[in-house]
Design a protein. Structure first.
Length: 358
């Protein structure tokens, strides 16, 4: 990915979020106090305790063992966690701190604590996630088979972003979302004339909590205006780590309460990078007049003019708009879904509801 100058996701943060996915109770960031600060707060909203060894300038010279040992003891005393992950940073990596050796020197009782060897200079953020999964498997936190499975998915996600996403562009300026009015009018017009609407969600993990609201809103429009609908989503309840499967259970519960049943379930919430071709078969068989894509829209292999694309990423939105697609943005979705236990209202879906009430 050389030549890309817009900011990209951080491998350290990816390791932290993957620790969350493995249901780790405490994440210790071994680095300066401000390292990954913005990522830490949403993680705590999701129920993960995030602490820092708060390395100072003198620790860069004499080593960071002392502050890390102190932080581990404090975390054990304060939280008494079942599992604890120590995530390396650029600072601790550069000075060569042996985190595993430091962990062994601290009496943590029955707490399972393991080190994740990563730093911000890895080429892809997914490498931080893979390092976290490997460390978790070595520590017995997750099955090795799940580590192998997740590694394949993360490499596929890296290839997807490089080939079709923002990792394949030198620079993308974050875009401001166009109004949702025109895309919602297209949905109402299509259903009103008896047309077919396919809603395809290719969501990444917890972001499904927000994108799934579109199924509820389109179903309301379908009941009011008629037409035909087909709902397709990567919501396999048997795929992924326990936390990811809980997301599916929560969302499915709320969809059913709203009278929505997903017609075609293809892949899990962590399989967004590999489900596109199978989803295309279902969409083509339905022969819709209008297609709506939610989430990682470019994971679908055949996006064309006239489709509606809904993304949470401002730079990905710019990517879609630059290609001439009818796209809208749901900025700040990631912050909103952290710690969620049910579907969260989507602005595009709310706009559709408002238009139905007019």
């Amino acid at each position: 990915m050389s030549g890309i100058i817009h900011p990209r996701p951080n491998p350290i943060v990816a390791a932290m979020y993957t620790s969350r996915d493995m249901d780790v109770d405490v994440v210790v960031v071994h680095g300066p106090a401000g390292c990954s600060f913005m990522a830490s707060r949403p993680l705590e909203n999701a129920g993960v305790h995030v602490v820092t060894s708060a390395m100072k300038d003198k620790d860069l010279i004499f080593g960071g063992a002392a502050p890390l040992e102190k932080t581990l003891k404090e975390a054990k005393e304060r939280f008494n966690p079942r599992t604890m992950a120590v995530v390396a940073t650029c600072a601790s990596t550069i000075i060569g701190d042996d985190i595993e050796a430091i962990i062994k020197r601290v009496d943590l009782g029955d707490t399972k604590c393991f080190a994740i060897d990563c730093h911000g200079c890895m080429e892809n953020n997914t490498e931080g996630a893979i390092r976290a999964l490997e460390a978790g498997a070595n520590a017995g936190v997750i099955p090795r088979s799940e580590y192998t499975r997740q590694t394949k998915l993360l490499k596929a996600a890296t290839d997807l972003e490089r080939n079709r996403g923002m990792a394949g562009k030198t620079y993308l300026k974050p875009a401001v979302s166009p109004t949702k009015y025109s895309v919602c009018k297209s949905i109402i017009d299509t259903l009103s004339r008896g047309g077919k609407v396919a809603v395809v969600m290719i969501a990444k993990k917890e972001l499904a909590y927000r994108f799934a609201d579109m199924f509820l809103a389109v179903e309301e429009a379908h009941r009011k205006y008629g037409g035909e609908v087909r709902y397709i989503a990567n919501m396999d309840p048997e795929a992924g780590l326990p936390r990811i499967r809980r997301y599916v259970s929560d969302i499915d519960r709320d969809l059913r309460a709203g009278g929505v049943e997903i017609h075609d379930v293809i892949g899990g919430l962590d399989e967004y990078a590999i489900v596109g071709d199978r989803m295309r078969e279902c969409v083509d068989a339905f022969q819709p007049d209008l297609r709506i894509f939610l989430g990682i829209c470019h994971a679908y292999p055949d996006i064309h003019e006239g489709d509606i694309l809904v993304t949470d990423q401002p730079r990905e939105l710019a990517n879609y708009l630059n290609q001439g697609h009818s796209a809208v943005g749901e900025v700040s979705s990631h912050t909103m879904v952290m710690g969620a236990t049910g579907i969260i209202r989507l602005e595009t879906a709310e706009t559709l509801r408002d238009m139905m009430r007019d």
